[in-house]
Each structure stands twice: as C-alpha cells, then as structure tokens.
Ligand binder design. Sequence first.
Ligand SMILES: Nc1ncnc2c1ncn2[C@@H]1O[C@H](COP(=O)(O)OP(=O)(O)OP(=O)(O)O)[C@@H](O)[C@H]1O
Length: 385
Amino acid sequence: MSLLEVNELSVAFTKKNRAPNRAVDGVSFDVDSGEVVGLVGESGCGKSVTSLALMGLLPRRGVDIGGEVSYNGTDLLSISRSRLRDMRGTELAMIFQDPLSSLNPVVPVGLQVTEILKRHRGLKGEKAKKEAAHLLERVGIPDPTRRLKEYPHELSGGMRQRALIAMAVACAPRLMIADEPTTALDVTIQAQILELLKELVDQEGTALLMITHDLGVVAGLCDRVNVLYAGRVVEAAERRDLFHRPTHPYSTGLLGSIPRLDSARGEPLKPIRGSINDIVDWRDGCAFAPRCDRYEMECLQGTPELVLLGAYGELEKDATAKIGSTYGSGREGSGKDYPHRHRCVNPAQPHNPTDDLATVETAAEAVSGSHSDEKSTDDNEEAEA
Ligand SMILES: Nc1ncnc2c1ncn2[C@@H]1O[C@H](COP(=O)(O)OP(=O)(O)OP(=O)(O)O)[C@@H](O)[C@H]1O
C-alpha cells in the first residue's frame, strides 16, 4: 500500500442555474514515501483543485467531491475537518506558489514559524525560537536569528519561499504537496528551491506531490508523472518513459512546446494549437480532441479509458489493470514496477525499447538542462538579500 492513494477523485463546482464545472474527473494516482510524483498540465486542467481536495481545503458549499483519498489507511475525504486540521502540519503539509499571500504580511516570520511549533509540537519561548532559527538555517536562509524578526516583505522572493518550506517541514510531515512552488522565482533560485525539496525527500523519506506546468521541473525532480488534461489523467508514466516515449498526443504536444538542448539548430517548436477553453462537451469523448492532430471519429465515442503500454511498446487494452501490475522501469532501488498508461484511442507510435539507450537517459536531461546548469549559486540570493 502506498502512503497516499487517490482513487477516482472528482470535484465539481456547482452553481444555481448552471451546469456543474467538473474541474477534476476521476483522477487516480499514488505516492510512496521518499518519492516525488508530478501532476503536470497547463493552466486550468485541475492541478490545484486536486491538491486542495486532498488537503481538505475546498469550501463545503457549492463543491461536490467524490472518490477516495487514502493517506496511510485513513480516508481523508471522510474524516472530520478538525482531525484533518490537526493532520495538516504534522502529517501533511502544503507549499503554495505565492509565499506573499500564504504568509501573514503583518506578523514577523519568526512568530509564524513558532506558532506552528507551539500548536503542533508544544514548543514555547526560547526553545521555540531556537528551533525556528534552526529550521530557517536548514532551508538555507542566512542569518536566521535576524530574519526571524523580519516581516515577509523584508525577505527576498526566494527567502519567502524558503520560509514557507521551513514552516511546511517544521513538524516533519510524511507527505508534502508543493503547488508550483517555484513559478514566481528566477531560474537560479528555482534550481536551489528544487534542490532543497529533493534533499528533504532523500534525507527524510518524505513523499512529495509536485504540482507544476513546468516540464523542466518534472524532468529534474519527479520519479513518476501524471499528465492531467481537463481534469483527467491522460498519461501516467515513470519520468524517463514519459520523456522518451510519450504516447498521448497531449503529452507529445507539451514536450513539443518547449525548447530542448538536444533539438537541432533552427528546429521550430511545435506548440499545441488552441487552448483548454476549446473544450466543448467533452463528457462525450476525449477532451483533447478539438486540439489534437491525431483526432478521429472514434475519439468522440465514449470516454477513452486508461490503457497499458506493454513491455515492447504494444498497447494492452486492459483498463482494469492496477498500478504495479505490469511493465515499467520503476524507481531505482524501489523494487517496484510502474506501468506506463495513457488514455488515447489513436496514440502516437510507441517507441521501440531496444532503441538508442543514450536517448532514454538524455531525453529528460535535455529538458531539465536549464535548471541543472544554474545550480548552486547561493551567492545570488545572498546578494539579493
Ligand atoms: N472556486 C472555484 N469555483 C469554480 N470553479 C473553480 C474554482 N476553483 C477552480 N475552478 C475551476 O476549476 C478548473 C481547474 O482549476 P485549477 O485551479 O485546478 O487549475 P490549475 O491546473 O491548477 O491551473 P493553474 O496552473 O493556472 O493554477 C478551472 O476550470 C477553474 O476555473
């Protein structure tokens, strides 16, 4: 059993006299301890709503939530709000994309950290201050004792994000959800924050659900990836499989939309045409069909199911097969196999796995190159401060 198991999660926003907005529609995935799982897709595909539903942060009124979310055997969708509140901070933590709106602007950073330590770990006074300084130091904030007395606006963007991470890890949560934690930061600071998250996962065995639209982040950090489109997982794969042989046209489109280090000089990008708003009545058929180059009439008949990709790239039309039951390269040392699945009736030609191994290794690196090149420039942030 995985630490987090999400099964057929659905979220619909309901308003009087309007059809419900099904922001999340039957999403399933799991996350293990010590693993980074990505939820990737363009703006509006349901990433944030999924994470808010997992953390019990959606309002009760006007929202219908269905499916199951099991955390360490506890059903997060059915436990009381107060129990969930206690679990947030101790067991579960969330890092939001905009630290300025997540931190209280009129309370010094130190007080915001010690408040968590008091509430969840019972630490008070000098002990709490000492621990808060230790936490800031751990996430790479220089001169933590001075910084504790400062207000959020006195910190640089990168430091604010680090302070949020310090608050998230204050009680050693077993599961962290990071919602675009580096979107507002320049690439240098981005790389440092991602490195920090990776370190926490590796050292503490924390499970991390990484929500992002940035394939560079996915390539640099994630072990497995779920590609989301219009509230549905359209492709789920181990990271290298996704970069090397994406099969859903939306995944291939995402990969074709970004510059890669291994592209031939002058080779044009191939962006996905249209926008997610082009979805008409996607309950009947594939939501991506209006933007898809491989679209056929069959795409509009019923909802395409997740199918498995076999060991040699052949399609195994077994929609009921569960994670762990079939082919996948798995995380190194995890002893687990992860299936490569997608939801498309006319997928891109699967890649022949006997092909050039170097390509497999470098496909993700070609995308993440900009991040890894920019690593370890702490001086920058010092200067910024
Ligand atoms: N409170 C709300 N009421 C009604 N609809 C909402 C609400 N919050 C989100 N939605 C809708 O849910 C859908 C998914 O939104 P969500 O914020 O999860 O997208 P996202 O993939 O996280 O995008 P971004 O990367 O821009 O944050 C969108 O159609 C959005 O309009």
